[in-house]
Design a binder for this molecule. Sequence first.
Ligand SMILES: [Zn+2]
Ligand SMILES: [Zn+2]
Length: 781
Amino acid sequence: MGGQDRGHALLNRVLAGVPAGEDPVTHVAHIPERRARTVEWPKWTPTELRDALRARGVERPWTHQVAAAEAAHGGRHVVVATGTASGKSLAYQLPVLSRLLTDPRATALYLAPTKALGADQLRSVSDLDLAGVRAAAYDGDTPMADRDWVRAHARWVFTNPDMLHRGVLPAHGRWATFFRRLAYVVIDECHAYRGVFGSHVALLLRRLRRVARRYGADPVFVLASATVAEPARSASVLSGVDCVAVTEDGSPRGARTIALWEPPLLEDLAGENGAPVRRSAGAEAARILTDLVVEGARTLTFIRSRRGAELTALGARRHLSEVDSDLVERVAAYRGGYLPEERRALERALSDGRLLGVATTNALELGVDIAGLDAVVVAGYPGTLASFWQQAGRAGRAGDGALVVFVARDDPLDTYLVHHPSAILDRPVEATVLDPGNPYVLTPQLACAAAELPITSEELPTLGGAAAVEALDALTSDGVVRRRPAGWYWVAHDRPHSDVDIRGSGGEQVAVVEADTGRLLGTVDPASACASVHPGALYLHQGSSYVVDDLDLDNGLALVHAEDPEWTTVPRDLIDITVVRTLREERHAGVSVCLGEVDVTTQVTSYLRRLPSGRVLDQVPLDLPPQTLRTRAVWYTVSADLLHGSAPGGAGLVPARVPGALHAAEHAAIGLLPLFATCDRWDIGGVSTALHADTGEATVFVHDGHPGGAGFADRGFAALVPWLSATREAISSCECPAGCPSCVQSPKCGNGNEPLDKAGAVAVLDVVLRAIRADATATSA
Ligand SMILES: [Zn+2]
Ligand SMILES: [Zn+2]
């Protein structure tokens, strides 16, 4: 049988194991093979570099590698945005190493979002064994004794944004020689810089450029990205320089069969408020993995949580023990061991077939060199299409077919995707969303910039323009910055860097500490501490469970003890939202759509203890202070006439149904926003009310979960019609009778998913969309 049919053959094998009466596959697509396109090495490639790359097996480079390398060599900032395993490293290694070999004084900087990826890339460069390149790591693991050597002698420094922020830029004087000679800055996996973290990194890169300029250097930026929409624009916003994009992928890829899979509703199990539940994506993935392993297919399964990955591997091993006990040992969970040796061992075991099945979290997305597998199972939408294709891209060797199965979780977005294949298969991946103008990011970043070098007025346009002036005024009135004729000077005693958390958690983290041993288990955001580590909460850490004894918000400390109860805890909260400022407003007949600043006040008032069966043991009151978050929100209002009206154009809802209809529409809209903004449903929140004090009407708010916003609400506003249309479709295409986790129930509802009105939500969304579309038709006519 031809290799091209292998994907289909594997799918048929998996379907043969499905119980009679179940029909989980909603769609099958075929992606044809892509052949390699190679070109000659650029003429300027030094012979020793070409020989070293040939010795590694690169006979001729692919077209996109050379296109990007040529741009960089010619002094153009460039982003290469191509698929998984398309050899993006070579696109920057070629110009950077050529320069380092031909100009013995030049230096280069490499940035990766994780230490693991940086270590991999450093090894790849070091293995070429080129004389005089002197590549070295400079990160949190670099011994103090080695740091002086790196500063003085390394020519290609591999680091990460955290170290650049805390270790390099504040001490730029000690790096003077390195900066003076800086020719290239490489930003790898740049799509990882999104949301608040991305906004911080964008400003960090502007700080890097001004420090380099101070020493007379103007480095060329080379960015590598997963396939994303508008790569040139995203890369330019991130780096602050105009980038050209290279997107034509010249690497070969085997044909792939892609199956969309929806686990069946379980007959005999009821969830919250009696709603039906589906078989879990993890359990389904374990069965699929089992069948694929039996077929001898090397398979990677992606699961969203670490615990889920372990359970799926365990499930597959249990199934295998009944079929062929020899296969049990060939399935493993990838337990997030980030040690390079562990990852190398895993790569080797999978590539030589000693391991046939691995279940992993998204941790494997970055920094593991695994490609050309026979099958990939994606259990639960990973949050972005970019991630989905990155995971799916692990399957498919040139000349051989492969299978990708996407298994929907019990969630409105996943439901929508398996019922609307074009939304996952034909849509361009999302552009990365970040907002360097967020005042909660800009102000601390400008404090760091001023502490590094005084800020001159000529620099303001690149540092945020009018928003930068506002931020500098605020720093001036705080007395940490002083305005002098030559610019803004840092005058406070201590440097601000260590107080600025670029991973963007908004303030001091709450430490979770085991009281008996004093061991630090982890940290949680201050904003979510009341919900996740309130007294009595069950706290999970690396598969072990703990119960919280005390939460001290003033000192940022939660004390816990080890305990493994049979119940889990679910917080209940009261949320209030007030409009601070309306920034954009669009009015339609009976409907208005707004974008603005809001204050979201949350008070966790109690928690439920719940058994795995869903039965609630009790509800325990809590006495915790309210927390206020100033952020951005998108909202729509609906007039009473439209809601209650039974005439054409009205939703025909009696008043008692309105709160449930709005609440259900809000939940589903939160679930679907990640399709349009590169966010996670946990990055955003929502409030709905039948009568809001500020708008005077029924209102549904969806807000960013970070102080100052992260650009997600802005995206929702910009894509309102497709977003709400998808929301309506997700609700109406779910076959449950009255709402379930696949459509309108939310896993993070502070109100216990009460009240919810599934049909009412569809009616509300219909009138809102009709009102907006009527205007759109009127204007375009
Ligand atoms: Zn449903
Ligand atoms: Zn809710």
